[in-house]
Design a protein around this ligand. Structure first.
Ligand SMILES: NC(=O)c1ccc[n+]([C@@H]2O[C@H](COP(=O)([O-])OP(=O)(O)OC[C@H]3O[C@@H](n4cnc5c(N)ncnc54)[C@H](OP(=O)(O)O)[C@@H]3O)[C@@H](O)[C@H]2O)c1
Length: 269
C-alpha cells in the first residue's frame, strides 16, 4: 500500500511554526485531491499562515484545510472528537470517504531546561509537562482512531507519525523533562504498533532542526556542556532546515524505511 497519493485526512499538531508547519505544507503536496488537513496549535496567525501556504502550493488540487486554536495543556476527549467531526462536516464528508487517516503528533515543548533532576520539585510544572507532551497525545490518538476505526474497509490505511528526538534515547543534562517525555511517547507508539496490526506507526527523530525550539534550547539550557554542543551545531552549520528534515521523512514514509513502531533517526536512514 502506498503511503502517498491517497485521499488523506491528515491531522497535525503544532502546525503553526517550525517542523509541524513544514510537515503540513510538504505533506499536502503528496496527497490526492479532496484531502483534508486539520491543523492544531495555540497561535491563530501561525495556523492561518500555514493554511495560506498550503492552499497557495496546492492550488487547483482541491486540498482543504481546517485550523483549530487549541492548547494541549487542556486535553479534552470531547473537544478532540468535536474537532474531527466539525472538520469533516466543513467539507461535507465522512471518515469513510478518506483512504488514508494520518495523525501527526508533532507539537511539543522543551520544558524547563534549567533544572537538574534533583531540582524538579514543582508539582504543577511536572504535571503540565506530562499533560502537554504525553497525556494530550494519548487522548488524541484514542479519539482519532475511534473515528477512523478499522471496521470500515474503505479506509485503506491508518498511520501515526510521532515526532520524537535523539534525547528520547540518550539523556542530556538538564533535559530531564524533554528526554523522559520523548521516551514515554516512543513507548506509547511501540505499544500502539504492537496492539494494532492495521495501524502504521513511526517515531521520527528529525535531527537538529533550526526552529524556535532549537534556539530556545541554545539559550535556556542550564548545563554548559549541552549549551556548547547546541551552539556548535548551530555555528558550524550542522543544523538542518525544517525542509531538509521533512523531505527525508517523506522519503522514509514512501519507501517504508522503518520497522513498525520503532524510533527512526534522521541520521540512520
Ligand atoms: N528543532 C529540533 O531540533 C528538534 C529536534 C528533535 C525533535 N524535535 C521535535 O519536533 C517537534 C516540533 O519542534 P519544533 O522544533 O518545530 O518546535 P517549535 O518551533 O517550538 O514548534 C512547536 C510547535 O508546537 C506547538 N505547541 C507547543 N505547545 C503547544 C500547546 N501547549 N498546545 C498546542 N500546540 C503547542 C507550537 O504552536 P503554538 O506556539 O502556536 O501553540 C508550535 O507549532 C517537537 O515535538 C520537538 O520536540 C525538534
Amino acid at each position: 500500500m502506498n503511503f502517498w497519493g491517497l485521499k488523506t485526512f491528515c491531522l497535525v499538531t503544532g502546525a503553526s511554526r517550525g517542523i509541524g508547519k513544514t510537515i503540513a505544507i510538504e505533506f499536502s503536496k503528496h496527497v490526492a485531491p479532496g484531502s483534508l488537513f486539520v491543523l492544531i496549535a495555540r497561535t491563530v496567525e501561525g495556523l492561518e499562515g500555514t493554511k495560506e501556504t498550503i492552499l497557495a502550493g496546492t492550488e487547483g488540487k482541491g486540498i482543504n484545510v481546517h485550523t483549530a486554536v487549541m492548547d494541549l495543556l487542556h486535553p479534552s476527549a470531547e473537544e478532540y472528537a468535536n474537532l474531527i467531526s466539525s472538520a469533516l462536516e466543513g467539507v461535507q464528508e465522512t471518515a469513510t470517504s478518506f483512504k488514508h487517516a494520518l495523525l501527526v503528533h508533532n507539537a511539543g515543548n522543551l520544558g524547563n531546561a534549567k533544572r537538574r533532576v534533583i531540582e524538579m520539585d514543582n508539582f504543577t510544572e511536572i504535571q503540565n509537562y506530562w499533560t502537554v507532551n504525553i497525556t494530550s497525545m494519548i487522548m488524541l490518538t484514542s479519539e482519532f482512531f475511534k473515528v477512523f476505526n478499522e471496521t470500515d474497509p474503505s479506509i485503506l490505511q491508518r498511520s501515526v507519525v510521532q515526532i520524537t528526538s535523539l534525547a528520547g534515547v540518550d539523556p542530556f543534562k538538564c533535559w530531564g523533562y524533554y528526554s523522559a517525555g520523548k521516551a514515554c511517547r516512543d513507548m506509547i507508539m511501540k505499544t500502539l504498533a504492537m496492539e494494532e496490526s492495521r495501524i502504521q506507526v513511526i517515531s521520527w527523530a528529525p535531527g537538529p532542526v533550526e526552529t524556535d525550539m532549537f534556539h530556545e534550547a541554545c539559550r535556556e539550557t542550564g548545563d554548559q556542556s549541552v549549551t556548547e554542543i547546541m551552539n556548535e551545531t548551530l555555528t558550524s552549520g550542522k543544523v538542518l532546515s525544517p525542509l531538509t528534515s521533512v523531505t527525508k521523512l517523506i522519503t522514509v514514509l514512501e519507501n517504508k524505511q522503518f520497522v513498525k513502531g520503532e524510533h527512526v533517526d534522521y541520521f540512520d536512514v
